[in-house]
Unconditional design. Structure first.
Length: 626
């Protein structure tokens, strides 16, 4: 058996933990491990350095490959993550008290991928290096944060490319994947490529990296027991250091997997709508595994808080190795968070964001659930829950525009941000907004300073905080000369509207179809919205969605009387998003008014000419006369 041979310097490791805002690449000689050994199986228990190893944590699908970059300047939601995004995700898990996370699978090229698009697997025995380098960086970050990784090789499903696409490379059907020798050889090539890979950051071979908790044969595979037995035996033949986890999808454990000497670790996924059925199955699986092999709940979710608490308590009380909730998404490198609406969750649940937020996550009780999850993550290890640490990492302002709109890169564990303004970068600083959430807006600037005086210059900084304290202020940005104020409507309610005509309705459902925009207003022909800016409208920008090839909107402007409106030209750019066939995306349009606006124009009317939804309105006003 190959042991782990690198010297551990805990002082250097602890210094590395603090550098979590996008650390530079490490030279191999600078790498310091966060682990002294592998996790081992002892009967139906896992052990780490002789102690029982258990966890309550999360699945993080975006950890090594992003599927949710739906920013308006992106047509492809899939990409490799940045260092900041990787580190933010694992720092969040460390603050939660999780000891392990489960990633999603290796992505597979699909027939509709644009040229040059990143995927891990491009064809039989053909792999893309830059996608695997991102995974290398995940493993380096796992050492910094002392989080172990469960990694499934391939997917049953086609979201990222799975068995259908792998079989399709050979001109074969998905059903052939479990019996065709050539397709099994292709699977073996995938396993060998990753298991034998040398990490470009740490210098470790993956088979010698103790940050890996387990190799999973795949995600929710429809594999027969004979295929799983062959796959497990092959993985073990390459790597005797790591646990092998059966990735077959079944509600009740297989007797064959329980008996297979090459399978160390078992799991089931649970999304039953009746929590009693979910708990009964978990208990039955634990009884089947007791005295034989470790068992954990690999995925579960889409239930209310008290139901989820009962499921976690069952996993703890029954002696399972643990439970991993679906799912957590990190901060986005471009500001705010990644968002992922869960249609299978009854159109209610979204991916969770640490530490939970009162507005965006209240409908699924995000804050309270995450507090419970944190307490259980410590309880399963026999520990009292410590206080949540104050944010250790300063936020970073990404940009300030000349209309007072700010965007910033968040800090792990921050529940809100104080925004300060000054007339020079050296201060003195004035608090202009307190405890601003960075989970309130999806893929747009997070805050608009409507108290500016156009013509003046301002510098800004933000301070990340939570109930335990605050991080150091961000580096200031500016001063920036302001040309106008910006009224922003994100449609949380009707507070920004001057008048409503017809019966437009606020919409939060099916957010995936609308680039994850969680708050919109839906209208039809005859409905209209009116905005008022008494200091004169100077610009208009709309972010809108239509089911067809037109935005179905028109815009007109009026003076104070609000009776006579003059139509103005609305120029709209279609913002395409890859994956329309999978997700049913509506067409997204960014629309601007193309006109010389003046100080006499104080009312803006947006009229629906057909079915449409609007996600965001930006009205520039108060521009100084030139």
């Amino acid at each position: 058996m190959m042991g782990f041979r690198r010297q551990i310097d805990w002082r250097l490791f602890l210094c590395g933990v603090l550098i979590i805002s996008g650390p530079p690449a490490l030279a191999h000689d600078d790498f310091v491990s966060g682990f002294s050994d592998f996790v081992r199986r002892d009967g139906d228990t896992l052990r780490e350095e002789g102690k029982t190893y258990r966890f309550v944590s999360f699945n993080i699908p975006n950890l090594h490959f992003v599927e949710d970059d739906l920013a308006w300047d992106q047509s492809m939601p899939f990409r490799v993550p940045t260092d900041f995004e990787i580190d933010d995700a694992l720092a969040s898990i460390a603050q939660l008290g999780g000891q392990a996370v489960r990633t999603y699978v290796l992505s597979v090229r699909k027939t509709d991928d644009p040229p040059g698009h990143s995927r891990h697997i491009l064809g039989p025995g053909e792999f893309e290096e830059r996608s695997f380098v991102a995974l290398d960086r995940v493993m380096a970050a796992a050492h910094r944060h002392k989080i172990r990784i469960i990694f499934p090789f391939i997917d049953q499903w086609s979201w990222w490319g799975g068995t259908t696409e792998l079989a399709g490379f050979r001109g074969k059907k998905q059903a052939d994947f479990w019996t065709d020798p050539q397709l099994f050889d292709d699977y073996k090539a995938i396993v060998a490529h990753l298991v034998n890979r040398k990490n470009t950051v740490t210098g470790l071979l993956y088979r010698e990296d103790p940050a890996i908790l387990a190799w999973e044969t795949g995600n929710e595979l429809g594999a027969p027991d004979a295929w799983t037995a062959k796959a497990a035996a092959y993985i073990k033949s390459l790597d005797s250091n790591h646990l092998v986890l059966d990735g077959t999808q079944r509600p009740i454990l297989s007797p064959e997997s329980l008996a297979d000497p090459n399978i160390d670790f078992l799991q089931t996924h649970h999304y039953e709508r009746d929590v009693r059925e979910m708990i009964d199955r978990i208990r039955k699986n634990r009884q089947l595994s007791k005295g034989k092999k470790p068992y954990h709940v690999g995925e579960f979710g889409f239930l209310g808080t008290e139901a989820l608490r009962a499921v976690i308590d069952t996993a703890i009380d029954e002696g399972t190795t643990g439970a991993m909730l679906w799912s957590l998404r990190s901060h986005h490198d471009g500001g705010g968070f990644f968002w992922h609406h869960e249609p299978a969750g009854g159109d209610q649940f979204k991916a969770y964001h640490w530490p939970g937020f009162p507005d965006s996550g209240e409908v699924y009780d995000e804050r309270r659930l995450l507090r419970i999850l944190r307490q259980k993550a410590h309880a399963i290890r026999g520990l009292d829950e410590p206080p949540v640490p104050a944010p250790a990492v300063s936020a970073s302002i990404l940009n300030v525009d000349d209309g007072g709109q700010l965007n910033w890169r968040g800090s792990p564990g921050a529940s809100g941000y104080d925004i300060e303004r000054a007339e020079s970068a050296s201060g003195p600083w004035t608090l202009i907004a307190a405890d601003v959430s960075d989970a309130r807006v999806q893929y747009h600037p997070l805050f608009s300073d409507e108290s500016i005086d156009p013509g003046k210059e301002y510098a800004y900084r933000v301070i990340a905080r939570n109930a335990s304290g605050a991080a150091e202020p961000s580096q200031p940005v500016g001063p920036v000369k302001m040309s106008q104020r910006t009224l922003v409507d994100e449609f949380w309610n009707d507070s920004r509207l001057f008048r409503i005509e017809g019966k437009p309705a606020f919409a939060q459902n099916e957010a995936r179809k609308f680039r994850e925009d969680c708050h919109r207003i839906a209208g039809k022909a005859g409905d209209s919205l009116v905005y008022l800016a008494r200091d004169g409208i100077s610009s208009v920008r709309l972010f809108t969605f239509g089911p067809g090839d037109q935005p179905n909107l028109k815009v007109s402007l009026s003076s104070d009387d609000g009776v006579t409106y003059q139509p103005v030209q609305l120029t709209c750019d279609l913002k395409d998003a890859h994956g329309k066939a999978n997700y049913g995306f509506w067409n997204a349009y960014e629309c601007r008014v193309q006109a010389d606006l003046n100080h006499d124009t104080t009312q803006l009317k947006i009229e629906f000419t057909g079915v449409a939804q609007i996600g965001r309105v930006e009205v520039g006003h108060g521009r100084l006369a030139e």
